[in-house]
Ligand binder design. Structure first.
Ligand code: TEU
Ligand code: CA
Length: 562
């Protein structure tokens, strides 16, 4: 069974902690999501991915799960989840949960048992190894020099032992699960099917590439003065992940005709087909090319400021690579990234017109468009005033790293302002009332002070708002008679060499379109060879079409039928 029911859908990511709080504790909850389903329906959303809401000590905001079968009380109950799935379904919306199975929490029963008996059944659910004996210190130190995603050694002492270490690619409260163990894999498939049987539409699969490990374990060449090597070097040294992912697909997704979207950073070009081709491991995976672009190993402060041509090169490279082999999922941001409008719109050019332009540019690419909560109202980064306002573990690690690379505290804070994950985690701005209408209490993370101007309620009433532009984009993209062009047709870049212009054709069997986006504050005259049959979308009120040319105003985007 593989009906690809999802290929013409619009998806939306919810970060539950920050979406909508119904009981005044300052933390968003499942009832809050259910309460806002009509808002999502009105926006035209078909698929909702909810970041983790399972039982968790929240060391990494729920990406550390202590019981996969339970909902954390802070978010609600299992019954709330069932209600949410049913209410969504009655509005034609499928719910995806977040599948976090590279690791669990150190407070999970499995890990607690492993600590009690490292040699026993549950010890084999994790990677537990004897440390290296360091004679100068007369103690055991990490067995290998791997550095985790959040900084520091990826190996920590197993509680109660002075010799044994366990592996954690992420936070030390997130021990890696041992995928070589068939018993562990069975547990995971059983759990997935239990949730899928409840009527989930599928899963977003977290950090999945990390389940592959290169054996035998060894040290890797250090890439920081402390002698550590980024753990990704080990992951990338092992080419093969197909055994586990094929098994997972056949034992779970395939049985339910689910939609599955992988968080995959490191797939090579020739692996694309394995991942999202006709018989791929997943239905789709995210395009992270623009996310990764410009990154520096020296830390966020040193990342390149992207210009529109960098962004263009990324999105077109992915479109060429995927072609019609499968469906990529397109994003401008998520809960791990700063707001897309602050990243891809050139400095000084941020306004409602340019926000709409960026939106249309990515939204009409071939693939599944994902909107991250708040993106549709034009939410922006938080202007952090000091590190005291930062909650995220990864931002703290980056901050320290930037200092060690010679940044002043002010420069390191600047890096955090540009890239902190908390930029996208601030509470959703529902209204211009106190705390942006997100909570009646004190929100767990500061509300962006711009909620007075940027909020869903006011934008709903303003025909020229970013929100209403998103609604219009969704309407255009979902017109059933245009499926040949918006779902199937390939993206053909146009005038690719023209600076600050992003333009592409999509030619379907019945309809064809051209998209033109002027990523600059200057007028731009673009030669057009085709007769324009109609304008499907425009972020400004007029279009200037003359003999063989289209004149674009600053930050204008036009989708025209040809
Ligand atoms: O992220 C996986 C990932 O590869 C991270 O390195 C990501 O790039 C990081 O957030 C950068 O700061 C996933 C989740 O999306 C993330 O929220 C979790 O923290 C992580 O897995 C661990 O579960
Ligand atoms: Ca709450």
């Amino acid at each position: 069974m593989n009906t690809k029911w999802w290929k013409n859908k619009i998806a939306y990511q919810i970060y539950p902690k920050s979406f909508y709080d119904t009981n005044g504790d300052g933390i968003g909850d499942l009832k809050g999501i259910t309460a806002k389903l009509d808002y999502l329906k009105d926006l035209g959303i078909d698929i909702v991915w909810i970041s983790p809401c399972y039982e968790s000590p929240l060391a990494d905001q729920g990406y550390d799960i202590s019981d996969y079968y339970k909902i954390d009380p802070v978010f609600g109950t299992e019954k709330d989840m069932e209600e949410l799935i049913a209410e969504a379904k009655s509005r034609g919306i499928s719910v995806l949960m977040d599948l976090v199975v590279n690791h669990c929490s150190d407070e999970h029963f499995w890990f607690k048992e492993a600590v009690k008996d490292p040699q026993g059944k549950y010890g084999k659910y994790f990677y537990i190894e004897e440390g290296k004996y360091d004679a100068t210190k007369d103690e055991y130190v990490a067995p290998y020099n791997w550095r985790g995603y959040f900084g520091g050694y990826a190996w920590d002492k197993l509680p109660g032992s002075d010799k044994l270490f366990y592996l954690h690619s992420f936070h030390k409260k997130q021990p890696d699960l041992n995928w070589t163990n068939p018993e562990l894999r069975e547990e995971i498939y059983t759990m997935m099917n239990w949730w899928l049987d409840k009527g989930l539409g599928g899963f977003r699969i977290d950090a999945i590439i990390n389940i592959k490990k290169k054996f035998p374990f060894c040290d890797y060449p250090a890439d920081r003065p402390d002698g550590t090597a980024f753990i990704v070097k080990m992951v990338e040294a092992e080419p093969n992940i197909s055994k586990y992912l094929t098994e997972m697909r056949d034992r779970t997704f395939a049985l339910h005709d689910s939609f599955s979207v992988g968080e995959v950073f490191n797939a090579t070009e020739k692996e694309m087909d394995d991942f999202i081709g006709e018989n791929g491991f997943f239905s789709s995976m995210f395009d992270f090319k623009p996310t990764i672009c410009g990154g520096s190993t020296r830390g966020w402060y040193f990342n390149k400021k992207l210009n529109p041509d960098d962004y263009k090169a990324c999105i077109f490279a992915t479109q060429r690579l995927v072609s019609n082999m499968g469906y990529i999922s397109n994003i401008i941001e998520n809960h791990d990234e700063p707001r897309g409008v602050c990243r891809y719109i050139p400095e000084g050019g941020l306004n409602n017109t340019s926000k709409k332009m960026l939106a249309a540019t990515y939204f009409f690419l071939r693939g599944i468009p994902f909107i991250y909560q708040g993106q549709e109202i034009g939410m922006e980064n938080l202007p952090f005033e000091s590190m005291d306002e930062v909650d995220d573990v990864s931002s703290w690690d980056e901050y320290e790293h930037m200092l060690s690379e010679g940044c002043t505290p002010e420069q390191a804070l600047e890096g955090v302002r540009r890239f902190s994950r908390d930029n996208a985690r601030t509470p959703f701005q529902w209204t211009h009332d106190n705390q942006a209408g997100f909570t009646t209490g004190i929100p767990w993370l500061r509300v962006n002070p711009n909620y007075i101007n940027i909020n869903a309620e006011d934008e709903g009433k303003d025909p020229n708002s970013v929100l209403n532009f998103y609604k219009e984009m969704v309407r255009v993209r979902k017109r059933p008679e245009y499926e040949d062009v918006f779902v199937e047709a390939l993206v053909e870049p146009y005038l690719e060499e023209e600076p600050n212009l992003i333009a592409y054709y999509r030619r379907g069997d019945r309809h064809s379109i051209i998209l033109l986006a002027n990523f600059s504050d200057e007028l731009k005259k673009v030669p057009i060879k085709d007769a324009i049959k109609g304008i499907l979308l425009n972020n400004l009120n007029e279009e200037i079409i003359s003999e063989g040319n289209m004149e674009l105003m600053p930050w204008q985007v036009i989708v025209a039928e040809i």
